[in-house]
Design a protein around this ligand. Structure first.
Ligand SMILES: *[C@@H]1O[C@H](CO)[C@@H](O)[C@H](O)[C@H]1NC(C)=O
Ligand SMILES: *[C@@H]1O[C@H](CO)[C@@H](O)[C@H](O)[C@H]1NC(C)=O
Length: 439
């Protein structure tokens, strides 16, 4: 059963003087009342507010029309906006606040294909939409599009593009939340050769509490759609000075595959390397470590995503090895920075897994006798890198105090700055580490 009901009057020209419009509205609301009088989902009425109709003109008129005809007695909200993007984005926020996901949209048949495109871009698979076409007998000139064919299922590609543009423009204008966009930079990586940084959670547009506000990873099982994450990325690219079109993030597979850019892209990979200028590579993390690699001599770089599994599988050294093999890097020239990640203070694993960390270095595990010992994935990463030949002073993590700016913060300890899976549960957002070779 629907938890929310959306009534789409956006395609209608509101005209209070017009009796046939009155009739149309009446029929529409009456149908709604008849179908949904028993259950009481949240009801949102979307209507179009043009410049002529004034600030509250349409809304007032709708309210008056509804109260005088005694329809839709139950509570509802009227969302009067200039366009469909604004209406749906406003309603999405209301749905998210109430944690609703089963939605029925009642709309004129000819709005269906259009509405589907909007929904595909603004929502994720968390939401289940059902469409109900409302056939109303009215003069065709009350509907924006005159054709009333039954089988309009797909919009032409250029119309879809227009819709995507409208959404993007709308999102671009939204104010950033939770403060200024902040990028953490390591003093170890030379800024004249590389552009790099680690993101924090401030300065984006994601508004759902655990994703707010600079979420940089879209998972269809969460409420941030791709297009919102893309807008956050656009803001990052603007601030950092890279081209979002040549941005590549690793996939997240918790393994040790590495994609050497320019070669065939594997299905999944947690490491990525490049020696091409102007290409930005990145690794996400939300407790897992985003690790950046830079060789200022051969001018090559890498990024890896290293959670506990990836750490045990050696994804950091796998990325180093790829740089050595592909670009002829000397292991002694490679600089490695471990980004914000869960600290040994906040991370426990079952004893079986902790045992494997203990084998790397006993100091990686605390309270080893407990069923869930504390594990230091950063220390294990450092130990594996050092035994692979990376110089200890060429690794930045929490064991080296940087007087200018610390990088390897504990994600779980700083809810104001970072996302954390162990702290926030399954709806966590994601920060990233990114690097590119300057032109
Ligand atoms: C849509 O409406 C919003 C808010 O009412 C406005 O800021 C935006 O410019 C509109 N977009 C278009 C394409 O008209
Ligand atoms: C970085 O962390 C160290 C301790 O690890 C601390 O002494 C230092 O003041 C911190 N620096 C900044 C800029 O926060």
């Amino acid at each position: 059963m629907a938890e929310a009901l959306l009534i789409d009057l956006l395609g209608l020209e509101m005209n209070s003087q017009d009796s046939s419009f009155q009739k149309l509205l009446h029929n529409m609301l009456e149908a709604v009342e008849k179908h949904y009088s028993v259950s009481a989902p949240s009801v949102y009425i979307m209507c179009c507010q043009t410049q002529q109709s004034g600030r509250n003109g349409v809304q007032d008129w709708l309210l008056k029309a509804m109260s005088s005809s005694q329809i839709l007695k139950r509570s509802f909200e009227i969302i009067c906006t200039a366009n469909t993007t604004a209406a749906l984005y406003t309603i999405k926020q209301k749905l998210d606040e109430k944690d609703l996901s089963i939605i029925k949209i009642i709309l004129p048949a000819q709005r269906k294909a259009l509405m589907r495109v909007f929904i595909d871009h603004l929502f994720t698979s968390v939401y289940h939409f059902e469409f109900e076409e409302l056939w109303v007998d009215c003069e065709p000139n009350h509907l924006q599009e005159a054709e009333t064919q039954n089988e309009v299922q797909m919009l032409p590609a250029q119309d879809t593009e227009l819709i995507v543009n409208e959404i993007q423009t709308y999102l671009e204008r939204l104010p950033s939340l939770k403060g200024e966009l902040t990028i953490l930079k390591s003093a170890l990586i030379p800024g004249d050769i590389f552009l790099h940084g680690f993101t924090t959670r401030a300065g984006g547009i994601s508004y759902i509490p655990t994703l707010s506000s600079f979420n940089l990873f879209s998972n269809p099982i969460r409420r941030d759609p791709k297009i919102v994450v893309r807008e956050n990325l656009r803001r990052l690219a603007n601030a950092a000075g890279f081209d979002p079109k040549t941005y590549h993030s690793v996939k997240v597979n918790h393994a040790n595959d590495v994609w050497i850019m320019g070669k065939t892209e594997p299905k999944s990979y947690d490491g990525i390397t490049t020696n091409q200028r102007g290409v930005t590579i990145a690794a996400p993390g939300a407790d897992c470590i985003p690790v950046l690699f830079a060789d200022p001599v051969k001018k090559a770089c890498g990024a890896a995503h290293s959670g506990w599994r990836g750490t045990l599988m050696g994804v950091a050294m796998a990325t180093v090895s790829a740089m050595i093999e592909e670009y002829g890097c000397n292991v002694r020239d490679i600089l490695v920075v471990l980004g914000p990640s869960v600290g040994a203070c906040c991370y426990t694993l079952p004893q079986e897994s902790a045992k494997e960390f203990h084998q790397i270095d006993p100091k990686c595990v605390r309270s080893f006798d407990s069923p869930t010992p504390y594990v230091d994935i950063r220390r294990a990463t450092r130990a594996l890198l050092e035994s692979g030949g990376i110089l200890p002073q060429n690794i930045q993590d929490d064991s080296i105090a940087d007087q200018n700016q610390n990088i390897t913060f504990c994600t779980a300890c700083h809810p104001d700055k970072f996302y954390s899976h162990v702290r926030d549960g399954s709806n966590f957002g994601t920060q990233i580490g990114f690097i590119s070779i300057r032109n």
